[in-house]
Design a protein around this ligand. Structure first.
Ligand SMILES: Cc1ncc(COP(=O)(O)O)c(C=O)c1O
Length: 386
């Protein structure tokens, strides 16, 4: 077995990219004497809101809480349904279920793996309150169509932006199209902390204020509690200070991701490459290709020292944890096909050109080998229309 020469990710490269900046942030917090919800959180919230061009950002403990809090602050809970996708991190659905609402799944588009707006009307019932779109892998969902469907059907539009910090559609960042949006700052994210973190963003001042109360025991002022069901979901000062450093680097990091993606796109010979939809800026949180013999292809890459992951091998409607929702194989053909075929290749700002070249050579060799094709008959790329 070859040693791993191309790791899927190496988070040490994030620290190394600005070690002095991160060290200074940590020292400032340690010396400052405030460790949970303090000036760094306030500054990060203001800077993140300004970056997105939205009124309010509220720091919370993680992205799953951000989804739950966004829904609850929007008044969604038991007895309500939220339309979403099954081809996502299970956390999207955990957040919906924890709000008390019932997730209702619709299929994704085959081309960009995001929610298919055309599938939404048939899933609406009198209990439906919201559409929760996931900007999966860094590709914005079809926000304009989604906004139009939501407005027409009088539903809220909620965005799960956990994989899409800095992604844009029509020049406008994701997170600003919905009534409310949730971000995760899990360390691997495009804007990642050095621990857990998340944020709820919205233009609605009252909704933001409700999230602020709910994240902190439902309290308005010290020891005065107005919201029942409050809990502890606070962003800590260390993570906020570190995120401020990361936020200053986000656009440059996303530009590096784009350059790495461009190299992959022009050199890889695999059955299906990711496509960036016209009018959007994909931020390549993940670089996801498809292969009909995905497991054989991955094994070929593993033997060549290239680490890969699968996002995600089991669609949420077929997960044992969600059997109570009644999902059956065949319900969501595109989500199920994606779960069988997708594989994520290494792409992160610290990936070196040498590592990427090794990855490209390995992918092209393994893609041909696993399909049993002669080298001069590499599979044609599937080009997917928008
Ligand atoms: C699409 C999506 N939604 C939600 C989450 C949840 O974020 P967290 O891990 O910070 O709770 C994640 C991250 O894992 C994610 O990828």
């Amino acid at each position: 077995m070859a040693p791993t020469s191309v790791p899927f990710n190496d988070l040490r490269t994030r620290f190394a990219a600005d070690a002095a900046g991160y060290r200074a942030a940590v020292e400032r917090v340690l010396k400052g004497g405030r460790y949970v919800l303090g000036p760094e959180v306030e500054a990060f919230e203001a800077e993140f809101a300004a970056y997105l061009g939205i009124g309010h950002a509220v720091g919370v403990a993680n992205g799953t809480d951000a989804i739950e809090l966004a829904l609850r602050a929007a008044g969604i809970g038991p007895g309500n349904e939220v339309i979403t996708v099954a081809h996502t991190a299970a956390a999207t659905v955990c957040g919906i279920e924890r709000s008390g609402a019932r997730p209702v799944f619709v299929d994704i588009r085959a081309d960009d793996y995001t929610i298919d707006p055309r599938a939404i009307p048939a899933a609406i019932t009198p209990r439906t309150r919201a559409v929760l779109a996931v900007h999966l892998y860094g590709q914005p969902a079809r926000v304009k169509e989604l906004r139009a469907v939501a407005d027409r059907k009088k539903l809220l539009l909620i965005e799960d932006c956990a994989q899409a910090h800095g992604a844009r559609s029509g020049g406008r960042p994701v997170g600003t199209y919905g009534d409310v949006a949730a971000f995760s700052f899990y360390p691997t994210k495009n804007l990642g902390a050095f621990g857990d973190g998340g944020a709820v963003v919205t233009a609605d001042a009252a909704l933001a204020a409700r999230v602020r109360r709910l994240r902190n025991y439902g309290q308005v002022d010290r020891y005065r509690h107005e919201d029942a069901g409050g809990f502890n979901s606070r962003l800590d000062e260390l993570q906020a200070a570190l995120l401020r450093v990361g936020l200053r680097r986000l656009d440059a990091d996303n530009a590096v991701r784009q350059r790495l993606a461009d190299r992959y796109l022009s050199r890889l010979r695999v059955p299906a490459l990711p496509c960036s939809m016209p009018g959007t800026d994909h931020v390549y949180h993940l670089f996801v290709v498809r292969h009909p013999d995905r497991d054989g292809f991955r094994e070929g890459l593993r033997r060549r020292g290239v680490e890969t992951l699968v996002h995600y091998p089991i669609p949420v409607h077929l997960q044992p944890a969600y059997a109570h929702l009644g999902g059956r194989p065949g319900d969501l053909p595109e989500s199920e096909r994606a779960a069988r075929e997708v594989v994520s290749l290494p792409l992160y700002p610290g990936l070196t050109a040498e590592q990427q070249n090794a990855g490209i050579a390995a992918v092209n060799a393994a893609a041909v080998e696993e399909r049993g094709l002669a080298k001069d008959r590499a599979p044609a790329l599937i080009s997917v229309p928008s």
